[in-house]
Design a protein around this ligand. Sequence first.
Ligand code: ADP
Length: 484
Amino acid sequence: MRLPGRHRGSLLLWLGLTAVGCVGLARMELARLQDAFETDARIAHRLLSQRVVQHDAILATLALLQPAAGAGSAEQRLPALYPQILSVQRREADAAWSDAALTSAEAQSRTARRPALADVDFPAGRYRVVLAAQPASYAATFDLRQVVPWQEWPMDPRSSAVRVALAHSGQSFVLQEGRGDGPWSFAFHKHLAADSQPFDVVARRNVGWQELPWPWMLAWAALMAALVSAWAWLRLQQAERQRAEELLRLGQVARLNTLGELAAGMAHELNQPLAALLANTQAARRLLDDDEPDKETARGAMRQAEEQARRAADVVARLRRGVERPGVSATLQPVVLSQAVRNAFYLLEPEFARRQVAPRLEAGARDVAVQAEPVALEQIIHNLLTNALQALDQVPPQERTLSVRVQQDAHHGALTVDDSGPGIPPEVLPRIFEPFFTTREHGLGLGLSLCESLASGMGGLLAVEPRSRRGAAFTLRLPLASPA
Ligand code: ADP
């Protein structure tokens, strides 16, 4: 009954700790990946920006130097120096551009006083830039793929998970494909630093489930499993120890010890008054046997004998008080009967298991709280259950049933322990509450008498059910904590 609950608690605790730890580890890894992505994207943006600024500088240098026209002139050697420059065109003061795009870009460049973009051909991977100058103007065609300084590139373009593209008016040119798909993604979008080549660097990185730090997460789960198991084990040990202590307190061992001490004490204390009693009565008889009896002395001896007998009676009374445990009523408090029964079931769990008995508790939906001394009540229930178990030992395992019923009437709460043992023979029935009456070989015959005293000490009653169909049934009745 309790064990699965304990397991469920540990399982939930483990799940909770594992979930919290794994979410934390996953978030740390995602943050690390995002950091790395942003660093790479910023480096890529800076490298590309440096390149396009360099393009502006090359055109500006050309315009400034105005190299002589004709084959072999400086601008024709540029593609050899800069692989990203596919060709350079020159328009002499009196000539015209080969197409309208270059003409309009030159006009734009003249007003803005900086190089201007003529056109972009993303499918072919190239674009043209014009710088208006005097006397000749220049136009350069750039190869987009060669614009990227691959030696300094922060990522491996073949294997990197990051997709990098250059975008311009709704179109884009992919510099690096990137790979992977997943529920998380990071994005980077930034304009290049040169107005003559108004491209955006667009980077994107998807993170898949497989990229989460699974080994760490598994290690964390295993660590938590170990810790929670250790904790559960410690708690189990503690519970077992408590159970053993309780049993010891309630059980025969403790009672036997007390009883042994009481008996030894009683023998010691009775010895002296009994010896004196004997001596006095013998002396009195001798005196009275004389021819002239000394009645006065005999009377004195009898008085002393009487006193010794009273002393002996006191010793016996003290023993009874010890067994009956007086003063129970001093500490009465409300106790929920079904809870007390559950506690007793828990303590006897190993005994039930050993005897293959599954005890049943039949209690209504409402708790029945009685006025009782918790330890005394526990002692009674424990004794009744132990007696029932001993009775059940005498029938085959498949016939063993044990139930505890909790009921209430207007003034009392009642608890009935019902077993399917051999029952109580009619000739034994009237004597079972007598102290030291037992039918068991190693019995003390004190259990039921003690229980009865404890019950009446709490203003209650312990009785055996007269008509029990099979086995025996004992009912404990105690005043309700709050009567209806
Ligand atoms: P002990 O258990 O030491 O014998 P008890 O006072 O507890 O002393 O019990 C007195 C006697 O009452 C037992 O010896 C037994 O004959 C009888 N008895 C008690 N409970 C049961 C029961 N559940 N079924 C049959 N007999 C019982």
